[in-house]
Ligand binder design. Structure first.
Ligand code: ACM
Length: 394
């Protein structure tokens, strides 16, 4: 029998909006973001909530659809009366939701790596912007794999904009983009066979993929079926994550490369604590992508800001959040008051035979966000200084 008195959080809960897709083209990764969000909320509530008040999520399914997401954001902020919204994966969805958040003077916490070139006074961006993942990936590929790239992406804003900046990096290093292709989010066998033909025709040194969601695993399988080899022509990606690899046929992922600010193989105490709590709750084999890690730590950042503000008034939460440093699973993070993006820890990893990401390059620095790519040089990442003991190694 447990004779500990049960913790009761007597006063009104803090109600927050949680908007991820559990259906549609990007449900796979967004389910992990939702799980990580709920995990953080439960941990905080189990430890007494915020100022003795429980955090209570109001959760809707965005269905991987911008229009639906916009309507749900209106419902949350307008009818349900929440002020803080946590969510969105695809940039097309964020772009549909942000005007609603702006017009109600709410606050969106967006936990997904994205293309940058955006600022909203009503948003906090906790995923990587391009100087925190694409810079490092480009530098690694140009040093290790050659200079001829084929770009393949899903047909929407994130891949277009990311490829625009990646092209600049490649050309700056006297490399060449030999082909740039886009396929629908719901690409089928015909789309993929066209892509395979183009890869065969150009035979690049590496493929840079910004395919997102359900077409990812079939693309890697089509590549393997075509007889291409990652040792001579790897697929390098910012979007292919643990959640995608879990969908691939065995053996297909090995040798391909990704850059992200978190990989679930990181061995630091904070990373292990997060991955073991996540897997205890969601299954021993549950994939944990970097977008889920950001979804997790942004709840802790927001809770700390709520505690300092004593209010969920977005203006007060915003003022406080800039003062906070948090030991996230990836390393110590903080929001940059200049641009509302987050200082993060880039890494490059290669998939092993078991489909696990093994770090091949860990620059070991926390990088200041530069969402407008003001520093265009591959050698200038505006690295930030943090106490060495806090820097996250592997
Ligand atoms: C994305 O659309 N930001 C992955």
């Amino acid at each position: 029998m447990n004779d500990q008195p049960e913790l009761t959080l007597a006063t009104e809960p803090w109600r927050i909006g949680v908007l991820f897709s559990t259906t549609g083209a990007t449900a796979n990764i967004e389910r992990a973001q939702l799980n990580a969000t709920l995990l953080a909320i439960d941990e905080i509530n189990a430890a007494g909530g915020v100022l003795g008040r429980e955090i209570r999520p109001v959760v809707y399914d965005a269905a991987s659809d911008p229009k639906q997401s916009r309507a749900l954001a209106e419902q949350m902020i307008g009818a349900d009366g929440v002020k803080l919204v946590f969510g969105c994966y695809m940039s097309s969805v964020r772009k549909a939701v942000l005007p609603v958040i702006d017009s109600f003077r709410g606050l969106l916490f967006y936990p997904t790596f994205y293309e940058g070139f955006e600022y909203s006074a009503q948003a906090i961006y906790t995923g990587a912007t391009l100087n925190q993942n694409a810079f490092q990936l480009a530098k690694y590929l140009l040093a290790r794999h050659g200079q001829r790239f084929l770009f393949i992406g899903s047909n929407y804003i994130y891949p277009y904009e990311t490829n625009r900046i990646m092209s600049d990096f490649v050309v700056q290093s006297r490399g060449k983009v030999v082909e740039e292709l886009y396929i629908p989010l719901t690409a089928g066998a015909d789309d993929l066979s066209h892509v395979v033909k183009r890869i065969r025709k150009f035979s690049p040194d590496a493929i840079f993929s910004t395919i997102v969601g359900q077409a990812t695993a079939p693309f890697y399988e089509a590549y393997a079926d075509a007889g291409f080899s990652p040792s001579t022509m790897p697929i390098a990606s910012l979007t292919t994550s643990e959640a995608d690899v879990a969908e691939m046929r065995e053996g297909v992922a090995e040798g391909h490369i990704s850059a992200a600010t978190f990989f679930s193989t990181l061995g630091t105490p904070a990373a292990r604590k997060f991955t073991s709590s996540y897997r205890l709750r969601f299954g021993a084999d549950a994939p944990i992508p970097s977008a889920a890690e950001a979804a997790y730590f942004q709840i802790y950042l927001a809770a700390a800001a709520l505690e300092r503000a004593g209010s969920d008034d977005p203006r007060r939460v915003l003022a406080e959040i800039m003062e906070i440093e948090f030991d996230a699973p990836q390393g110590r993070v903080r929001v940059d008051a200049d641009n509302h993006h987050t200082y993060l820890w880039p890494r490059v990893a290669r998939l092993d035979a078991k489909g696990a990401f093994q770090i091949v390059w860990n620059p070991g620095v926390r990088v200041k966000p530069d969402p407008y790519c003001v520093s265009q040089s591959l050698d200038d990442w505006s690295a930030d200084f943090v106490e060495p003991s806090l820097s996250s190694g592997r």
